[in-house]
Design a protein around this ligand. Structure first.
Ligand code: SAM
Ligand code: DTB
Ligand code: SF4
Length: 326
């Protein structure tokens, strides 16, 4: 096949497809650079206002002390990153942070907990948090680790809009990164969330030492879920000293843009979030990511435990690029 036409000839109607083959995804990812973001932008315009960016704000409601061994994560007990573990936050503090996020322009408030899975009284408290944050007129998102069917149903009952649970990387590279839970465990949680009727937020991390084939395979997995995730966060690894991946070489900026563009082409109607790693990106690189179909960001000075661009820088970037909140 002519490389230049790989994407459009494989999907002339730009229909939402869940049956992408690895070969098709590879053909898209490998397109000449003048083709790939162009095709992604073309698909993007058919589904979204090209100048609108959805804004989410993150809050770590339970920091550190996590028993899992995810090699990228500063919150794992397995690595000494100097992070002080904290208990689950009080409900009122969370509501105050949510109000602040809304005033600053966020439409979604995402609560993250460093747990393998939520339990007992702590889970009850999170249910109340979701209910209260929703009451403030924000969309709610939570990321609490693995969920069973009952927990997913409970979160739905209190009105949770999105649940974030990432595949993180390809099935082939996964065991190099996490050993305390399997890829299938992740797919099970995603199924419970979907079956409960909660929107899925699911993506991964780039720059952990995986190959391009792994990035292709991860994107193919995401696009092959029974329904495309409503939000697809693409994180650039934030290298935190003390984690086993802290000395990985930087991922090439254009390789990251290719990852975003391919996600856009494969999942045309999903919000593709330019997630962690923006502090390390130039304005030009972020502009390329938006051009390649990214249409969501985390806004606010902090991600969970690491930094994010300050709001003044993001406001200036939006102004410069003529972007507005979705
Ligand atoms: N403990 C829960 C879990 O793992 O499902 C929720 C919180 S966890 C921090 C959420 C996601 O953040 C991870 O799946 C990973 O994709 C992302 N993440 C964590 N540390 C990161 C880092 N250093 N760089 C980029 N992304 C990271
Ligand atoms: C996601 O994909 N990225 C966010 C959110 N989902 C929860 C988390 C990024 C965390 C970056 C490292 C930190 O701040 O601890
Ligand atoms: Fe724990 Fe989540 Fe960090 Fe893994 S990514 S160590 S599960 S907080």
């Amino acid at each position: 096949m002519n490389k230049q036409t790989a994407c459009l000839s494989e999907n002339p109607e730009n229909a939402v497809r869940n049956d992408w083959s690895l070969a098709e995804v590879k053909a898209i990812f490998d397109l000449p650079f003048n083709e790939l973001p162009f095709q992604a932008q073309t698909v993007h315009r058919q589904n979204f206002d090209p100048n609108a960016v959805q804004i989410s704000t993150l809050l770590s409601i339970k920091t550190g002390g996590c028993p899992e061994d995810c090699k990228y994560c500063p919150q794992s007990v397995h690595y000494d990153t100097g992070l002080e573990p904290e208990r689950l936050m009080d409900i009122e503090e969370v509501v105050t942070a949510a109000k602040r996020a809304k005033q600053a322009g966020a439409s979604r408030f995402c609560m993250g907990a460093a747990w393998r899975n939520p339990k007992g009284k702590n889970f009850e408290r999170v249910l109340e948090m979701v209910d209260r944050v929703r009451g403030e007129g924000l969309e709610t998102c939570a990321t609490l680790g693995m969920l069973d069917e009952t927990q997913a149903a409970e979160l739905k009952r209190v009105g949770l809009d999105y649940y974030n649970h990432n595949l993180d990387t390809s099935p082939e590279f996964y065991a190099d990164i996490i050993t305390t839970r399997t890829y299938d465990d992740r797919l099970d949680t995603l199924r419970h969330v979907r079956d409960a009727g909660i929107n899925v937020c699911c993506g991964g991390i780039v720059g952990m030492g995986e190959s391009r084939a792994d990035r292709v395979s991860m994107l193919c997995e995401l696009a092959s879920l029974p329904q495309h995730p409503g939000s697809v966060p693409i994180n650039q690894l934030v290298k935190v000293e003390g984690t086993p991946v802290d000395e990985q070489p930087d991922i090439d900026a254009l390789e990251f843009v290719r990852t975003i563009a391919t996600a856009r082409v494969l999942m045309p109607a999903s919000y593709v979030r330019l997630s962690a790693g923006r502090s390390e990106m130039s304005d030009e690189m972020q502009a390329l990511c938006f051009l390649a179909g990214a249409n969501s960001i985390f806004y606010g000075e902090k991600l969970l435990t690491t930094g994010n661009p300050d709001t003044a820088r993001d406001d200036a970037l939006f102004e410069k690029l003529g972007l507005h909140p979705a």
